[in-house]
Design a protein around this ligand. Structure first.
Ligand code: AMP
Ligand code: TRP
Length: 336
C-alpha cells in the first residue's frame, strides 16, 4: 500500500520550539515524498474549556504558523478537524472498540487531568480514540509526531487491529509513528526534566514562533543551566538535563550532530554557548515569524486554504467511513 502521512496539532496558544522541532519540521520534509494530510485538531482542543473567539483565532494562528514553516497547501492537505464530520463519527465507533483498560493506561490523560480527575471531561478521557479516528479515517500509514505521542500511536494500532479482527478483514493499516530528528522531546528552558509545553505557566519555559529576536535572546540567556562548562563528549552530559536540552536544541536547529556541537563548544561556559544558541534560533525562526505575520494579515486567505483542505480531506475520509458503516452493519448511507 502507498504511504500516506497524517498528523495533527492542537489550536491552543502559540506554537513553540518543541512543536517545531518535534513535529512541524518533519511535516515539511515529508511533503517532498509523500501524500500528506495535516490537521488543526479543534475537536481535540475542546476536551478542555475554550473561549469560542479565542479558539477561532488560535485555529487561524496555528494554520498560519504551519504554512509559514513551509507546508505547501497545493501539495499537502491542511484543514481543521471539525469541518470533516467523519472524524467524530469514526471516534464514536472506536469508543465502542477500545476498552476502558486500554484508555486507563494513557499517561497524557493522567498528566492533563491532574489531581481532580473526577472533574475532567469525558472527552479528555476519550481523546486517544479520536486521535485514532483522525489517522485511520485516512488509512494513514505514517504519523510524524514528537516522542510524547508514542503511546497514543500504540493505542491506534491496537484499535486498528481489534477492528480488523472484529470484522475479519485487513481493513485498517497499522500506522507507524515517525519520531524523527534530533529533538523529539524538547524540554522546558526552566527545568530540563519537564517537557516544553503550551500549558507551562512560565513564558520563560518556552520559545514560541511569535517571539522576536530580543525575546529569544532573553529567554535563552535566562535558561536554567549548571555552573560547569560544556563537556567535549556526549557522556559528559549525563545527569545534566538542562545542558543536554540546550545542546540538542542547538543540534536540531543547526542541523548538525550533538557531537559536532560539543566539538565546537566543549570546554566553553554557557556565557559563550547561550548567545551562539540564540543566534541559530533567531536565524531559523525569524523568517518563519515574519511569514506568519504576513499570513495573519490576510485571514481570508487562511480560511480559503482551510476550506480547500477540508474538501480534499472529506473526499478521502467519506468513502472510508462508507465502508466502515457497511462493515459495522449500519443501515443506509451517511448524510455527512
Ligand atoms: P500539540 O501542540 O500538543 O498538539 O503537539 C503537536 C505536536 O508537537 C505533536 O506531534 C507533539 O508530539 C509535538 N510536541 C509537543 N511538545 C513537544 C516537545 N516538547 N518536544 C517535542 N515535540 C513536541
Ligand atoms: N494528540 C496530538 C498532540 O497532542 C495531536 C493529534 C491529534 C494528532 N490527532 C492526531 C497527532 C493525529 C498525530 C495524528 O500532540
Amino acid at each position: 500500500m502507498d504511504k500516506r502521512i497524517f498528523s495533527g496539532i492542537q489550536p491552543t496558544g502559540n506554537l513553540h520550539l518543541g512543536n517545531y522541532l518535534g513535529a512541524i519540521q518533519n511535516w515539511v520534509r515529508l511533503q517532498d515524498d509523500f501524500e500528506c494530510v495535516y490537521c488543526v485538531v479543534d475537536l481535540h482542543a475542546i476536551t478542555v474549556p475554550q473561549d469560542p473567539a479565542e479558539l477561532r483565532q488560535s485555529t487561524r494562528e496555528v494554520a498560519a504558523s504551519v504554512l509559514a514553516a513551509g507546508i505547501d497547501p497545493k501539495r499537502s492537505i491542511l484543514f481543521n478537524q471539525s469541518r470533516v464530520p467523519q472524524h467524530a463519527e469514526l471516534a464514536w465507533i472506536f469508543n465502542c472498540v477500545a476498552r476502558l483498560g486500554w484508555l486507563n493506561r494513557m499517561t497524557q490523560f493522567k498528566e492533563k487531568a491532574g489531581k481532580n480527575r473526577e472533574n475532567a471531561t469525558v472527552g479528555l478521557y476519550a481523546y486517544p480514540t479520536l486521535m485514532a479516528a483522525d489517522i485511520l479515517a485516512y488509512k494513514a500509514t505514517h504519523v510524524p509526531v514528537g516522542d510524547d505521542q508514542k503511546q497514543h500511536l500504540e493505542l491506534t494500532r491496537d484499535i486498528a487491529q481489534a477492528f480488523n479482527a472484529m470484522f475479519g478483514e485487513e481493513f485498517f493499516p497499522q500506522p507507524e509513528p515517525q519520531i524523527l530528528g534530533k529533538a523529539t522531546r524538547v524540554m522546558s528552558l526552566r527545568d530540563g526534566t519537564a517537557k516544553m509545553s503550551k500549558s507551562d505557566p512560565s513564558e520563560y519555559s518556552r520559545i514560541t514562533m511569535t517571539d522576536d529576536a530580543d525575546a529569544i535572546m532573553t529567554k535563552i540567556k535566562k535558561a536554567k543551566t549548571d555552573p560547569q562548562p560544556l563537556p567535549s563528549e556526549i557522556e559528559g552530559l549525563e545527569g545534566r538535563p538542562e545542558a543536554r536540552n540546550l545542546v540538542s536544541i542547538y543540534a536540531a536547529l543547526a542541523e548538525i550532530s550533538e557531537e559536532d556541537v560539543l566539538t565546537q563548544f566543549g570546554g566553553q561556559g554557557f556565557g559563550a554557548f547561550k548567545p551562539a544558541l540564540a543566534d541559530v534560533a533567531i536565524a531559523k525562526l525569524a523568517p518563519i515569524t515574519a511569514q506568519m505575520t504576513t499570513y495573519m494579515q490576510d485571514p481570508a486567505q487562511i480560511d480559503a486554504i482551510l476550506d480547500d483542505g477540508a474538501e480534499r480531506a472529506h473526499a478521502i475520509a467519506r468513502p472510508v467511513l462508507a465502508d466502515v458503516r457497511r462493515l459495522t452493519g449500519f443501515l443506509g448511507s451517511s448524510l455527512g
